[in-house]
Ligand binder design. Structure first.
Ligand code: FE2
Ligand code: FE2
Length: 451
């Protein structure tokens, strides 16, 4: 952190003692408790118990952040084990040296605190300061809440439920990239969240924005999720549009990597590019299908992931193994070819045999901007067993004209296609996928069950 970003302790204490203490949603003793732990180098790591007098009542669900508080785009990121941990991120327009994350069991008096690690990020003529802290030591199934404070101001308490090993519901959004102000994405996501108040976390299948270097698009994408990102853990997938610069040339996906701190993968060459996490009875492996884009800049992500995935899946004892990856496995541009496997995309050729071998139960993809349920495919052929594939569709306003592959497209939505979203309800016995139109009407559903 540079010198300009440092906010002196003296100034902080002076602010605490001033009339700012009376401002909305700030408790001075929480601030004193929050000063107890120094900032971590890169991410907050450990909690510290902080005995404090009675705290404020929970106020989440009303106004997430004080209107003039410099804490933007507050978000929860999925961690490897959502039963015990959660990553919290936010941004500020000005340096913020004293950002603190507070959390507690909902409505309880004992508050724990953690200093956030902040880094500046400049791109597309915009500078923001990105703050990250990870809550650990949660008790599975307990209802916690969190807030952040900085510069003598604070957010309202936000819900922070710790997951269990039991059933869950997730919202799944395909490509959300838009060519306008992201109103299509906003309406779809907000309506989906409102219709599914029992959602535990949500997924965006890549190409979150159309141009990965456009600060306007990123802010539009975040703004569209106001009221969702603060309260639901988010599992992002990286798509090819994350690698496009403002001139539509390929670059490393710098903004995506900065905006989303995902679980570590042990890689020194591709940290944060791919990852895995557990939720309930499912182990999710989140792959990066952008080797065509990345190889000229930083080669090797496919081979590295192939090796990593084998170990990642072998190490999991979860009943279900699900892969999330952006690019679909079907090549729709060569359907008339008589060449063997002409309609299998190079992404599919590179990964499907490994999925067969590892016993992957389901593979969710995107990228084609059309919903296609492919059903079970094994050894590159339709089957009654093997991984169950779904190309999840489109959640923004960018549409492509995609042919139908009669061999692998078992369900195609009415054309011309509108945007859509999915839910996944998972238990130890079944995965239940539902696909919905923007008005909430059911467009398709599929079950996978354990015998
Ligand atoms: Fe896309
Ligand atoms: Fe894409």
């Amino acid at each position: 952190m540079n010198r300009k970003s440092l906010f002196s302790r003296r100034k902080f204490l002076r602010l605490c003692g001033s009339s700012l203490l009376a401002l909305w949603s700030f408790h001075p003793l929480e601030a004193l408790a929050a000063k107890a732990k120094p900032a971590a180098e890169s991410i907050g790591t450990a909690a510290k118990a902080a005995p404090v007098p009675p705290a404020q009542p929970a106020s989440h669900g009303t106004e997430p952040v004080a209107a003039d508080f410099d804490a933007l785009r507050l978000r929860q990121l999925i961690t490897a084990d959502s039963r015990t941990s959660r990553t919290i991120m936010w941004e500020s327009a000005a340096p913020q040296a004293d950002g603190q994350l507070l959390w507690r069991l909902a409505g309880q008096m004992d508050i724990q605190s953690l200093s956030a690690a902040g880094r500046s990020f400049t791109e597309d003529d915009q500078t923001s300061y990105i703050h990250t802290a990870m809550v650990t030591g949660l008790q599975p199934g307990q209802h916690y809440e969190y807030r952040i404070i900085a510069n003598g101001r604070g957010t309202a308490w936000q819900p922070l439920p710790a997951a269990t090993a039991g059933p869950f519901k997730a919202l799944i959004f395909p490509d959300s990239q838009c060519s306008d102000d992201y109103g299509t994405w906003r309406d779809l996501a907000q309506n989906a969240a409102a219709r599914n108040p029992d959602t535990d976390f949500f997924i965006n299948m890549g190409d979150l924005v159309d141009n990965g270097e456009s600060s306007y698009q990123w802010r539009s994408w975040f703004d569209a999720l106001a009221g969702i990102l603060e309260r639901l853990p988010f599992a992002p997938v990286m798509g090819n549009h994350a690698t496009y610069d403002l001139n539509w040339k390929i670059r490393l996906p710098l903004a995506w990597l900065r905006y989303f701190r995902v679980p570590g993968n042990g890689s020194t060459r591709f940290p944060n590019y791919y990852y895995s996490f557990d939720y309930g009875p499912v182990h999710f492996s989140v792959l990066n299908t952008q080797w065509e884009e990345l190889d000229p800049l930083r080669p090797g992500i496919l081979e590295e992931q192939r090796s990593w995935l084998a170990g990642d899946v072998a190490a999991s004892r979860a009943p279900w193994k699900v892969v999330l990856m952006h690019k679909d496995i079907i090549n729709y541009e060569d359907l008339s070819s008589l060449e063997p496997l002409a309609d299998i995309d190079p992404v599919g050729k590179a990964l499907m045999p490994l999925f067969d071998q590892l016993g992957i139960d389901a593979v969710l993809t995107a990228h084609q901007h059309t919903y296609r349920r492919h059903d079970h495919i094994f050894n590159f052929a339709p089957a009654d067993h093997g991984p169950f594939y779904i190309d999840t569709g489109v959640a923004g306003n960018v549409r492509y004209d995609v042919q139908v592959d009669p061999r692998f497209d078992k369900k195609v939505l009415p054309q011309p296609e509108v945007d859509n979203y999915l839910t996944l309800e998972a238990s130890a016995q079944a995965l239940h996928f539902k696909c919905f139109q923007p008005d909430g009407s059911l467009a398709d559903e599929a079950w996978i069950t354990k015998k």
